[in-house]
Design a protein around this ligand. Structure first.
Ligand code: TXA
Ligand code: MG
Length: 374
């Protein structure tokens, strides 16, 4: 199978010739806690691949990760090559026991303990001062390290079997949406890595919340399922990176990866904000105009108003009554549009509170911050 290389992968010089490896694909049960002997055996083998410096893609509760040994500089280099990712972009170190945070980080502040108790295992990544044993290749040259203890049973078992520390970015080619299902990992990574563990679809669908605890005040660098409100409640007030709330601030984001082009579908995505009547009218008007010009239009809409759209391809992102479905469907909907040959895509907008903050952060990135306010 040939990987699909988009224009942004070509821009960063990703070579199709690199796709020479045989990738083993192993299927495991749908996140069940009890593994069959065959699954145990496959996970043990996967762990050994990582111990020997190979790469294995695996499910987590947020998105699929592309794992290598976090303590092996060569593994980090391979991860960057497989993703076509710039090597100044640090990787998250995944652990499977609370105590291991102390082996990855030089200091573990009181706030980290409280956060660990409240949210680990789960979709929260903490940035802490790095311990000397973590190679600079893993942290993209930084003195800090990102640490996460995922709750997914397959991830936990794999981390344990691979020696305790897996460096893993999301398992997509650089620039594409993070994979929320093994089928997207296969699409991006077949031929580039040693193994893919297929556990179907993930639960959350957006990457973990990243909280910087290495400076004076805790600060959110990437919003996620653990919301600002939840963190405020536990720690008092937490800051949020200015680039998340004011994307036009002209400042560089503090999480290096947040500065890159991301999630962008092939068609030109525009977010439309307004009352639902205004939004459908605006989108239908533009779809009709595009049709006259011989172009196809896509719409990302919510269940409540889906039938009111008249466009070539209308995709449902979920219901406004259940924000979690919107989070879970966002990346797959963006990927599906790449098969539709639409030149423009219009999306509804969402209130940027609670989980909506993470949804809008990803949607705005995918749209290159194009938003029409009616
Ligand atoms: O949910 C997730 O976090 C997934 C799953 C696989 O665990 N992983 C993930 O990794 O999203 P990745 O590499 O796609 O995104 C990690 C982000 C990047 O934006 C990176 O720049 C930032 O974390 N990051 C990592 N280490 C950092 C550090 N020391 N300081 C600041 N930002 C850091
Ligand atoms: Mg990523």
């Amino acid at each position: 199978m040939k990987n699909r290389i988009g224009f942004w992968q070509e821009e960063i010089g990703l070579q199709e010739e690199a796709l020479e490896m045989r990738t083993e694909i192993v299927r495991v049960g749908q996140g069940r806690e009890a593994f069959t002997p065959q699954e145990e055996e496959a996970l043990l083998r996967a762990g050994n691949i990582i111990k020997q410096g190979g790469l294995v893609a695996f499910p987590t509760e947020t998105v699929y990760g592309l794992g290598g040994d976090a303590m092996n500089p060569e593994s980090a280099r391979k991860i960057y090559a497989a993703k076509g990712r710039p090597s100044d972009n640090p990787l998250i170190v995944h652990i499977c026991r609370w105590a291991d945070i102390g082996l990855v980080a030089e200091r573990v502040p009181e706030a980290a303990r409280r956060l660990g108790e409240a949210f680990w295992p789960g979709p929260l990544t903490m940035i802490l001062p790095k311990a000397a044993r973590v190679p600079k290749e893993t942290t993209g040259g930084l003195d800090t390290v990102a640490v996460r203890f995922p709750s997914h049973p397959v991830a936990q078992k794999l981390i344990a079997y691979s020696g305790g520390y897996i460096a893993a970015p999301s398992a997509n080619l650089s620039g594409k949406p993070s994979p929320t299902s093994a089928k997207y990992v296969i699409e991006d990574m077949d031929g580039r890595i040693d193994m893919i563990i297929d556990d179907g679809e993930v639960g959350i669908g957006l990457e973990s919340t990243i909280l910087d605890l290495a400076s004076d005040m805790p600060r959110i660098l990437r919003p996620g399922y653990i919301t600002q409100e939840m963190l405020d409640k536990l720690l008092g007030k937490v800051d949020i990176d200015v680039t998340i709330v004011e994307p036009d601030s002209g400042q560089a984001p503090r999480a290096p990866g947040m500065k890159y082009r991301h999630y962008a579908p092939m068609g030109r995505l525009v977010i439309v904000e307004g009352t639902s009547g205004q939004v459908t009218e605006y989108i239908n008007g533009h779809a009709a105009e595009n049709q006259r010009a011989g172009e196809k239009t896509g719409v990302i809409g919510t269940a409540e108003v889906l039938e009111q759209y008249h466009a070539d391809v209308v995709k449902c992102i979920g219901s406004r009554k259940d924000e979690e479905t919107i989070a879970r469907n966002l990346f797959s909907v963006l990927r599906e549009f790449d098969d539709e040959n639409v030149t423009s895509i219009y999306s509804e907008s969402f209130p940027a509170q609670g989980l909506g903050q993470a949804i809008m952060n990803r949607l705005l990135k995918a749209a290159g911050h194009r938003i029409v306010k009616l």
